[in-house]
Design a protein around this ligand. Sequence first.
Ligand SMILES: Cc1cc2nc3c(=O)[nH]c(=O)nc-3n(C[C@H](O)[C@H](O)[C@H](O)COP(=O)(O)OP(=O)(O)OC[C@H]3O[C@@H](n4cnc5c(N)ncnc54)[C@H](O)[C@@H]3O)c2cc1C
Length: 404
Amino acid sequence: MAIVRSAAWNDVSNALETEGKFGSLCANGEKRMASSAAVIGGGIAGLSAGIALRKAGFGVTLFEQAEDIRPMGAALSIWGNAMAGLDWLGCGNAVRAKAAGVERLALRDVQGRDLFGPVDLSGSDSWLPLRTDLQAILLERLGAGNVRLGVAVGRAQEEGGRVALAARDGTLLGDFDLLIVADGIHSDIATSLLGNPPVYRGYGGVLNLVDAAPQATGHGEEIWGEGDRFGLFDAGGSGYWFYMATGTQAGIAALDHAELLRRSHSFPERIREAVAASDPAALITIPIHARPMPKSFGRGRVICIGDAAHAMEPNQGQGACQGIEDAWALGILAGRLPPDRILPEFDRLRLKRVARIHRDSATMGAIAHGRPWLRRGVSAIFRAVPKRVDAWQIRQRPAPPDYR
Ligand SMILES: Cc1cc2nc3c(=O)[nH]c(=O)nc-3n(C[C@H](O)[C@H](O)[C@H](O)COP(=O)(O)OP(=O)(O)OC[C@H]3O[C@@H](n4cnc5c(N)ncnc54)[C@H](O)[C@@H]3O)c2cc1C
């Protein structure tokens, strides 16, 4: 018997165990579907996994603690590798129809010197959807009838070939053939199962969407200062910007509109415009955490995906993309294997690939927010690299995996 325990809910777990309620749920289960799966979390990874498992023939119940499917953040880049996954899920064209295409990408310093690119991304199937749009498309595809909102899962227990779930308030939620843990970076269940709690990476920032379009159509850029950086993307007639700075979590939490305006002074006009046009009340502040890569993504019939499993620093724009790839792999395997044999194959397909992207994201974070001499040295190397090499490098971005 494998017990998966949410540390924050040990009290609930103990009470259930003492009274034997959790065991009786398994014993007294009502008539069950041949293959059923529970998904915890209605973010991009959880919604994608729900669709993938339905496609594989599972009956799916997705539990989301919020009262509605709410996106975290503003917009995000979805690269070609994840678009292939969205195509497999049947959502690719809906995303293309709503999102802005990413056609040109550049990395510069505050002096205006090119560090990387600009590179031409047209034809790379790279998009910048608003998070609300992406989640709405996924939810529609999954079917709202498969989602239970306002339910915070607190505990899971695998016994007798089933995984039983209880809410944080102790309510029993049912038992399933498979459990997918997709409840994000602060997942207690993933921490207790994988042993890789999130670690603060020494920087964080603020992001926002503005109605004005301070960036040319299809263009995205990042501009590096001394230990801080702004990013600005065309989001289809509006603008998506982010700011990242080295600092403590308290320092990041204290970043307000006035401070951002002050810090944007050494950056180009279009950045200052974007910050100035932002609604101070709508700024989203995010301290950057990552979960160390685990040795396996789960145990038995419990599989962790997305940020719950492998939250990475955002520097490759691949966190959600990898959640989508997780779902794709899961769907393929669930269509072929019994629930108790999915995990080893999932690990085989996913561990190495995700680890490489996770490591590349951390390396970029260490350059941008680590020691000044490292940043200056690497920036000088970046500047010396011919643009045609940059163009070649961008094509080495993760290609779509082959999960047929
Ligand atoms: C600044 C920044 C920029 C980024 N940019 C990009 C980008 O450009 N491209 C990209 O691919 N990725 C990007 N990412 C990463 C991306 O945001 C994440 O990887 C992705 O959103 C994680 O999705 P998820 O579904 O795993 O988790 P989440 O989005 O965190 O969803 C988890 C869900 O689980 C729910 N939940 C939590 N606990 C429970 C519970 N006990 N019971 C029930 N429900 C629960 C939550 O309410 C939430 O809805 C960026 C991240 C940051 C911080």
